[in-house]
Design a protein around this ligand. Structure first.
Ligand SMILES: [Zn+2]
Length: 464
């Protein structure tokens, strides 16, 4: 049989592979972690390719050397004659997710401190992303020391495992007026344009992936980065080939930042509905993207603890203490106590529709790991898909925003879609998320670089 290629001769796996092929198909459970030179064809799934278009029913796709090589309908695809076959009939396949707005390092168990910012904790967090099929994250301006660069470079290295990491390292805000503690000390605190320009040059020397700025007076309680300073930051960043993303809340700041040349937003404005002026500004700057980051505003508007806290799947990566702690703030809420948050959520729903209709790039961001983003790394990205649908997006559009959209925003050109040449990072689902977006949590298998992730081994590694 064609199996016995010269490359396999003498391998201790030959006998096992032959037995597996002859006796049992599918046998994919036996090749966990292996990446041989042979191609694998995955057959029979409904395929969502991340482009936002219609799914391919009864698909087939080929993976070789960690990349997709062919995608099509099963009957039309010409798979290599010696390919391994994996039967995915009844399953749905979608690309791995990418989160453009995360804060790595601070959350651990039920604690939230700068002391948690260690290699061990960040690698554990990346494992949680991998477990839930998240293959790329941006650390959004709250990193401490050099560690994140070491982790980013290691994740980029040939043969590396785990998600790709991008970083804004230390963002820029007025002194002590960026993120809330414990992340407050991380960004550069600037008082003048000259200081801001010097910090941008340091960021460029460190080869950050973005410059992050905070433009928010926290309801009048803190100084806000001035237009003069953020214009200087954007100017110097662009001269150094860097893009700038802004934490914002208000429509007025979004407009001013667009006029100043901003490249993207870490949040969607929620104090007002979109107007014709902002749509015109956005149409003039079609590359500008919004991370939707609906997680916190939707939770803030809720009067009851979210039902997904009781989903047994959450217990695969969250402790009982984390789940209990997460549910506590919802006790005692009333429609009156969340009225202001409801108003913001209503604005967000309208703004998602208005910007979506105008063709503005809307991408997945969650704030996970940060002050309002919570500790449920990996799980949160799936809830955000549900949030996007609750805000009015179709499931197909939400999935495209969370795969191609966020990958493109981060310029992770290897991720985002199931396309020939891209990295074979994908999620196999037991149910169709186009019919019900909560089915994105019904995960059968996760693949990164063409290798199935051993989710059981990851679960066994959790220490909290
Ligand atoms: Zn954030």
């Amino acid at each position: 049989m064609t199996l016995c290629k010269a490359t396999l001769k003498g391998s201790p796996y030959v006998a096992l592979l032959i037995v597996a092929l002859v006796v049992a198909r599918p046998f994919e459970g036996r090749v966990i972690g292996q990446r041989g030179p042979r191609a694998t064809v995955y057959e029979g799934a409904r395929l969502i390719d991340g482009s936002g278009g219609a799914a391919i029913e009864d698909s087939a796709f080929v993976v070789a050397d960690g990349r997709f090589t062919q995608i099509g309908r099963r009957r039309e695809l010409q798979a290599p004659v010696d390919a391994l076959h994996v039967d995915l009939a009844g399953k749905t396949v979608m690309p791995a997710l990418v989160d453009a707005h995360a804060h790595l390092g601070y959350r651990k168990g039920t604690t939230f401190t700068a002391d948690n910012f260690t290699r061990e904790n960040i690698l554990d967090q990346l494992n949680r992303f991998a477990y839930w099929g998240v293959s790329g994250v941006l650390s959004t301006g709250t990193d401490i020391g050099d560690l994140i660069f070491q982790i980013r470079n290691a994740a980029n290295a040939p043969g590396a495992k785990g998600p790709l990491v991008r970083t804004a390292w230390r963002g820029i805000a007025p002194p002590d007026a960026g993120p809330f503690p414990p992340m407050r000390a991380a960004p550069f605190g600037v008082k003048t344009e000259a200081e801001a320009r010097a910090d941008v040059r340091e960021l460029a020397a460190r080869k950050v992936d973005f410059v992050k700025i905070w433009v928010d007076d926290r309801n009048g309680t803190l100084p806000k980065l001035s237009p003069a300073i953020y214009k200087a930051i954007i100017d110097d960043a662009h001269k150094n080939g860097l893009r700038v993303i802004a934490h914002v809340v208000t429509l007025a700041d979004v407009k001013d930042l667009l006029r100043a040349g901003i490249d993207g937003f870490a949040h969607l404005f929620r104090d007002h509905e979109a107007d014709a002026e902002v749509i015109a500004l956005l149409k003039a700057r079609p590359k500008v993207f919004f991370m939707l980051t609906l997680w916190a505003p939707r939770l803030a508007a809720a009067t009851e603890r979210p039902s997904w806290l009781d989903d047994p799947a959450l217990r695969e990566s969250a402790s009982a203490d984390q789940i209990r702690q997460f549910g506590e703030p919802f006790a005692g809420r009333t429609p009156q106590s969340v009225a202001a948050a409801r108003e913001e959520w209503n604005n967000l729903q309208k703004n998602v529709a208005a910007l979506g209709n105008a063709g503005v790039k809307l991408v997945l961001g969650t704030d996970v790991g940060g002050n309002t983003g919570g500790p449920l790394l990996g799980w949160t990205e799936h809830i955000e898909l549900d949030n996007m649908v609750a805000a009015g997006m179709t499931p197909a559009a939400a999935i495209a925003a969370a795969t191609r959209g966020s990958a493109d925003a981060l310029r992770l050109t290897e991720l985002g879609t199931i396309t020939a040449g891209r990295r074979a990072d994908f999620i196999v689902l037991d149910a169709n998320p186009l019919a019900d977006i909560t089915n994105s949590r019904k995960i059968s298998k996760v693949y990164q670089r063409g290798a199935q992730i051993d989710r059981g081994a990851l679960r066994a590694s959790w220490r909290y």
